[in-house]
Design a protein around this ligand. Structure first.
Ligand code: ZN
Ligand code: ZN
Ligand code: ZN
Length: 434
């Protein structure tokens, strides 16, 4: 039997065969591989260069084209990121530049790059609410049925064709119903109303009744068959100020307060309730919200509302109060508070409300990574649209705000959705994560 000899690398306890040692210069294989990896890393660090693919480019259309171009992965290249985010560049586009991007997207689709072409169109529709009326017939011809929001500006002819197709096209029925929901004009509302009265033969193949598809487009069919919006407008972004901006702005600006602890405790888990947002009702973001207190405060238990909907009502003084309608979700009694950290005391002060409103569907495509936190606007559902029923009047509650928890805590994730029922002056908070 051959005697094994120790690896010569310091602090390595492995032993190897003399034949291995002869091949590796005395090192064991793991050490040898580790040393090669380190060598490679040293080489990369010594030879890596910065490449700025945006150098000298000022036209935002050209910047965006580059942003949509897949980058060649090369360990020796470090790409310098552009000074603005994709979202910011899109928002800076003039009407003419939006048209240029639209034409470019269609060109990409025609040449087979459907994914990029579609992405560009989604950004243009969400951030600028551009019309695709002229492009939609071609998109449908290319069988681009998703996401349905792209089709919201369809012409009456296309709408009528979809109303026919939904009866026969088993494969795309889901997508067509969502497209119709996004078109959502009087004719579509009437059709959904008819389907509710006498369900079509294909309705039994769906998971939900046809009229429930409308909630994915932010509206519902009321009991008397009218269209009712399920989110408030206008939409204002809630963004985290840069450190610079944060120190410049005085904290005295108290029209918006966020993430402040409440004096009330959560009856389920015992931790303090949190006021997610607290905004002066005179703020333009709440222009169309009818609220009986001076401030719209949406409180919840951050822990418990990630398990189920938490409702609050207003007391006589207009202060939020834990609702007697709350029903403890299953499994709540087993949660361990030790698993949850405390919020940084000043985190709310880092948030600002934008000076100007943005389009209602700006944050609706969650997967496109827009800035999600907002007051007003269509929710960015991580999963399916889910508007909680008001426990007093059982109508669907309206979405009024959302907060991206990834912006709140370093390892935070998921989204808190805030809702109101104006007739009952109730608030609700729910949560979704991927
Ligand atoms: Zn070794
Ligand atoms: Zn709780
Ligand atoms: Zn109600």
């Amino acid at each position: 039997m051959t005697e094994r000899i120790p690896c010569i690398r310091e602090a390595c306890a492995n032993t190897i065969l003399p034949t291995t040692a002869a091949r590796t210069g005395g090192f064991c294989m793991p050490c040898k591989q580790e040393m090669e990896r380190e060598e490679r890393q040293r080489y990369i660090e010594a030879n890596r260069r910065d490449v700025n693919v945006y150098a000298g480019i000022t036209d935002p259309v050209e910047v965006l084209k580059i942003m949509h171009e897949p980058q060649v992965r090369d360990p020796l290249i470090r790409y310098v990121p552009y000074e603005k985010s994709k979202e910011e560049v899109y928002l800076s586009l003039s009407a003419e530049q939006q048209d240029q991007m639209k034409d470019y997207a269609m060109q990409r689709i025609r040449t087979g790059d459907e994914d990029n072409g579609k992405d560009i169109l989604i950004y243009l529709v969400c951030y600028h609410d551009i019309s695709l009326t002229n492009e939609i017939p071609e998109l449908l011809e290319q069988e681009i049925y998703y996401p349905a929001i792209l089709v919201k500006s369809a012409s009456p002819e296309v709408r009528d064709r979809l109303l026919q197709q939904v009866n026969t096209d088993d494969e795309n029925r889901n997508h067509i119903l969502l497209m119709l929901a996004h078109i959502g004009d009087d004719v579509v509302v009437q059709q959904f109303r008819q389907w509710r009265q006498s369900p079509p033969s294909w309705a039994c193949e769906l998971y939900v009744a046809p009229e429930h598809y409308t909630t994915e487009a932010g509206w519902e069919l009321t009991n008397d068959g009218q269209r009712r919006e399920l989110f408030t407008t206008p939409s204002y972004s809630l963004y985290k100020a840069t450190e610079n901006e944060a120190t410049k702005m005085a904290i005295s600006e108290d029209s918006l307060l966020m993430l402040t602890p409440s004096a009330q405790g959560c009856p389920w888990c015992g931790s303090a309730l949190t006021s997610l947002i607290n905004l002066d009702v005179k703020h333009p973001a709440l222009r169309d919200v009818s609220w009986h207190a001076e401030r719209l405060q949406i409180q919840t238990c951050v822990i418990c509302s990630s398990y189920g909907v938490v409702y609050m009502e207003l007391d006589a003084a207009g202060e939020p109060l834990w609702s007697s309608h709350n029903v403890m979700p299953m499994g709540m009694d087993e949660i361990d508070l030790e698993d949850y950290g405390e919020l940084a005391p000043d985190v709310g002060r880092q948030f600002r409300i934008a000076n100007a409103s943005r389009h209602a569907f700006h944050a609706s495509e969650w997967g496109m990574e827009p800035s999600l936190s907002q007051i007003g606007g269509h929710p960015g559902w991580v999963q399916d649209a889910e508007y909680p029923p008001c426990p007093c009047c059982s109508a669907r509650m309206k979405a009024v705000a959302q907060l991206d928890w990834g912006e709140v805590e370093e390892y935070g994730e998921g989204m808190y959705y805030m809702f109101i029922c104006e007739p009952c002056q109730m608030t609700a908070v729910s949560y979704q994560q991927s």
